[in-house]
Design a protein around this ligand. Sequence first.
Ligand code: FES
Ligand code: FES
Length: 150
Amino acid sequence: MTQVHFELNGSAVAVRCVVERRLLSILREDFGLVGAKPGCEIGRCGACMVWLDGEPANACLVMAWQLEGRRVTTIEAMAADEASAPVRDALARCGAVQCGYCSAGMVMTMTYLHQRIPRPDALEASELMCGNLCRCTGYGGVSRALNELF
Ligand code: FES
Ligand code: FES
């Protein structure tokens, strides 16, 4: 067992657990933050996307031992942040949300893209978004939202 201290959505927190426990389960089971979803759980689908020190990261791949001193941001904080409003609006307007299982992860990745790379080229956008899978929309809506945003 270990005790890790990190920042979660702006608050200092501590968790005592085994070192290999995953951030995804810490968020959902210890803090009730269920916006990050379990999907593939091997880092391929993006349903569990959070920001770690301001960079997109799959919470299913982050172990407790990697959290000490880090800064974690989840969709619960991002949804209340005006920075994500253009992305949320574009996804909704363009029909990119159906069951919504992937949507939180999409918002985390697209908000990062929107803030950090004001005018990504098609390759930059597709490289960043390739880690976010959607089983409902067929990506037409996601692609339209990207075109609106950039
Ligand atoms: S559940 Fe983490 S990437 Fe799929
Ligand atoms: S909206 Fe259902 S998985 Fe994307």
